[in-house]
Design a protein around this ligand. Structure first.
Ligand code: COA
Length: 374
């Protein structure tokens, strides 16, 4: 019997609203003017540092990001507010993350030629969930009409690849037969839009993947999982202190450290060698050469970082469609980034072609999955 496990469908929900670098920088710079005016006295006496302007040129050159989608624009660009303003929903209506995850999941199911009732495990794998419990996965399980069980898991930017690995393991164990791995990322709610270093980094999106056995799979485009490898190594260089204990220290419950913050330079320098050695050992153990990869669906945080990884794996002069970039329009969408690339950029692959789905980020964490077109 063929025990192969495949990703048999993918789905993508792109939020209806968007923000360009120009709009974001204009609002940041208006905030800077406001802050510097309000602190004029302290600044001239040397007690407060004046804030510096952001610039589109810096953002594009340093990150490759030009634009991002967001669930809600309202509030983000207002220099007095600088966060998305969302109405809280009643407990008996669908939560925002369930709603966007559901739309991505329906597409993935259609591509896999499955009904919701064929699914017996829903994993919501993303950087943040909007509440502690009940799990967003269980809400989606009910809304779609899936069987079995569901759970949420968080491994920051590597949630989706770790989610596929978990799905594969649970299928192999016999605990589930068909799994939805859904990543509804509302990163905009965790961005500090007043922080020049990071105000441009993130966008919102939802992705979904169906994972099942090749045997019985009805998809026209199944991607066989040839191998997967997950690694984590503790680092404080990408961090959010948001959590359920925040309210126990009221004075700092809304301080800036409760939002995303990072030492971007350090992350860049420390993660790259980790990615290189992780992939080197994964390919060597699988008896494969990186050059055998026809496509690299890489994490989408920074275009320069991706170029280093591509060069290391495939050498110079790699055609851009072999390592697709979506962060120019989507920005960093945490765990969903590499899955957006997988969803959008599979054209031209022939039966037997191999590709790499790879995420890297906070934790640190790296998740990499070698896939083969069936
Ligand atoms: N506009 C204009 N200038 C800015 C700026 C902005 N918005 N933000 C920072 N700068 C300035 C800095 O003040 C600094 O000036 P200096 O040289 O005079 O001190 C200069 O630009 C370089 O800043 P630095 O923070 O070193 O930029 P960088 O080249 O490292 O790029 C990141 C910043 C965040 C884009 C980059 O480090 C990165 O993406 N790292 C990887 C992060 C990652 O993958 N994280 C995973 C997240 S899940």
């Amino acid at each position: 019997m063929d025990n192969s496990i495949v990703i048999s469908g993918t789905g993508l929900f792109t939020p209806p609203e968007s923000i360009s670098n120009e709009e974001l920088v204009e609002s940041f710079n208006a905030f800077v003017d406001l802050f510097n005016r309000q602190h004029e006295g302290e600044i001239s006496s040397g007690h407060v540092e004046p804030l510096a302007y952001s610039s589109c040129e810096f953002i594009e050159k340093a990150s490759g990001i030009k634009h991002r989608y967001v669930m809600v624009r309202d509030g983000i660009l207002d220099p007095e507010i600088m966060m998305p303003l969302m109405d809280e929903r009643a407990a008996d209506s669908l939560s925002v993350q369930a709603e966007m995850g559901l739309l991505a999941a329906q597409q993935a199911l259609a591509e896999a030629d499955l009904d919701a009732a064929d699914i017996d495990l829903v994993i919501v794998a993303c950087a943040y969930t909007q509440r502690a419990y009940p799990a967003v996965a269980i809400e989606i399980q009910q809304a779609l009409g899936c069987r079995g069980f569901g759970f949420d898991m968080q491994v920051a930017c590597s949630s989706a690849t770790f989610g596929v690995s978990a799905a594969q393991g649970l299928i192999q164990q016999g605990a589930a037969s068909r799994v939805l791995v859904i990543s509804p990322e509302i990163c905009s709610a965790q961005v500090n839009y007043r922080d020049r270093d990071s105000h441009f980094i993130f966008g919102d999106v939802a992705t979904a993947m169906v994972v099942e056995r090749l045997q019985g799979c009805r998809s026209h485009l199944p991607l066989q999982i040839i191998g997967q490898r997950c690694i984590t190594e503790y680092s404080n260089n990408i961090r959010s202190n948001f959590g359920f204990l925040n309210r126990c220290t009221p004075a700092t419950a809304y301080a800036a450290d409760k939002l995303f913050h990072q030492q971007g330079r350090k992350v860049f320098k420390e993660l790259l060698p980790m990615i290189y050695s992780h992939l080197d050992s994964q390919f060597a153990d699988a008896g494969l050469e990186p050059a055998m990869m026809k496509r690299l669906w890489l994490h989408q945080a920074n275009i320069n970082m991706n170029q280093f990884v591509v060069k290391k794996l495939l050498g110079e002069d790699v055609p851009p469609d072999m390592a697709p970039i979506v962060l120019d329009t989507y920005a960093n969408t945490a765990s969903a980034g590499s899955v957006i690339a997988l969803h959008k950029c599979r054209e031209g692959l022939r039966s037997g072609d191999m590709g790499l789905l790879c995420s890297f980020g906070a934790g640190y964490s790296i998740g990499s999955i070698i896939l083969k077109t069936v």
